[in-house]
Ligand binder design. Structure first.
Ligand SMILES: Cc1ncc(COP(=O)(O)O)c(C=O)c1O
Length: 420
């Protein structure tokens, strides 16, 4: 049996019940929602011991923590979600935040010092681009980017350029990248971090955004990355009804994130944590169905005369470096991809305005199929040349394929394409 977790259980099994003991809640098969802001202590000494354990990691309650203090510092729903997420990701520990961007910002503010440099790929989610391109430079962070995350020479040259600007603190990779499905070689990122560490005595942390494939189809921690970040808003929660973010990694790193989270105040609240725990149980099944639907939709679009191309991981050509990385790193092609119409904005808008079932919205990973015109929505703020360099034309649309019957999805796209 493949041993993916401390108990030898697979991620799909861990997602169903790990991290919760019904004996803690009167035998309830599902965890209660602990809607409380603060916690009562049995004695003044116990209160002191709990604080010592939390802030110093010492004292009689150092091993167990001894209980909770105040929900911003931690609460039972967070404990359940974090232990489950860590187990699913195959990590020592995890921390949950109020959104994916809260998780990204916390990583940056915790691990980057003024004057440090950060290396990240392009394209990357716009919020992360803004975090490193506009926000962190206000605190003295220098940023460098690599273009092709499968090209060892290019990535090493970009790392050198970053180091020339300041000590390299983070190597950030989003793979596959949003919206073009550009793939990044995680083993290469870890190798480059190790080389920088040997050369300078300070090894940068490798941070991977695993949102697009999620924990069941890509397992970054097994490739040696330091922090695996996931926007739980997307496939893990899976119903487009909440915002949440998670980070998994070594206990020491997660402890630093959790400690500063008490200052940022961007922890995940009890009810949303409960919703994510509930949704994680069925995430692998939902993702499997969405991926099967996505393949059929991608094949339909690829063969359609009005479609110029489809950027879908499942179509990566044999013999390319991207395909080699995909085969080594991914267990599925996901259900978010782009297609490119012949024509531009006018043709795209005609198609979108004629859709009856697919919903015109940004975001991805929900039960419903979402579609958007990249240049005028998710990449509105990116200059045209930058968009074109990233493979986003005026006819590019991003699809997040959901759980509807695939024939209905294809029929809706077919009738909308008639209007183009
Ligand atoms: C790849 C990726 N990372 C991070 C985020 C940010 O997540 P959230 O919206 O939960 O803050 C998104 C949001 O779309 C995303 O697509």
């Amino acid at each position: 049996m493949e041993a993916d977790s401390p108990k030898g259980l697979r991620p799909e099994t861990l997602a169903v019940a790990f991290g919760y003991d019904p004996a803690d809640a009167l035998g309830a098969v599902k965890p209660p929602v602990y809607l409380t802001s603060t916690f009562i202590y049995p004695s003044a000494q116990h209160a002191k011991d709990v604080h010592e354990a939390f802030f110093e990691g010492t004292g009689p309650l150092a091993e167990t923590g001894g209980g909770h203090i105040y929900s911003r510092l931690g609460h039972p729903g967070l404990d359940i979600l974090e232990s489950r997420l860590a187990a699913i990701d195959g990590a020592e520990a995890a921390a949950a935040f109020s959104s994916g961007m809260a998780a990204h910002s916390s990583i940056a503010l915790t691990f980057v010092q003024p004057g440090d440099s950060v290396l990240h790929g392009r394209p990357i989610y716009g919020g992360v681009d803004m975090l490193y391109g506009s926000v962190m430079p206000r605190f003295g962070t220098q940023v460098e980017t690599y273009q092709d995350g499968t090209d060892p020479d290019g990535v090493r040259a970009a790392a050198r350029a970053a180091m020339a600007k300041g000590p390299l603190a983070l190597i950030v990779a989003e793979t596959p990248a949003n919206p073009t499905a550009a793939i990044v070689d995680l083993d290469l990122m870890v190798a480059v971090a190790d080389e920088v560490g040997r050369e300078t005595g300070r090894r940068p942390l490798v941070v991977v955004d695993n949102t697009l494939l999620g924990p069941f189809s890509q397992r970054p921690i097994e490739h040696g990355v330091d922090l695996c970040m996931t926007s739980l808003t997307k496939y893990c929660a899976g119903h487009s009804d909440l915002l949440a973010g998670g980070v998994s990694g070594k206990f020491e790193l997660i402890h630093s994130l959790r400690t500063l989270r008490t200052t940022w105040g961007n922890h995940l609240d009890p009810f949303t944590a409960w919703l994510v725990v509930r949704s994680l149980e069925s995430a692998s099944v939902r993702i499997e169905r969405a991926m099967a639907n996505a393949r059929s939709v991608a094949e339909f679009l690829r063969d359609h005369p009005k479609v110029a191309g489809v950027t879908y991981l499942g179509f990566l050509k044999e013999g390319t470096p991207q395909r080699a990385v995909y085969d080594r790193q991914c267990k599925g092609a996901g259900s978010t991809f782009s297609f490119h119409l012949h024509g531009g904005e006018a043709e795209s808008f005609r198609m979108l305005d004629n859709l009856k079932l697919l919903k015109l919205a940004v975001s991805l990973g929900g039960s419903e199929t979402l579609i958007c015109h990249s240049a005028t929505t998710t990449h509105y703020a990116v200059p045209r040349e930058g968009r074109l360099a990233g493979g986003i034309t005026d006819g590019t649309m991003r699809l997040s394929v959901g759980l509807e019957h695939v024939d209905d999805l294809i029929a809706d796209l077919a009738q909308a394409l008639e209007a183009v």
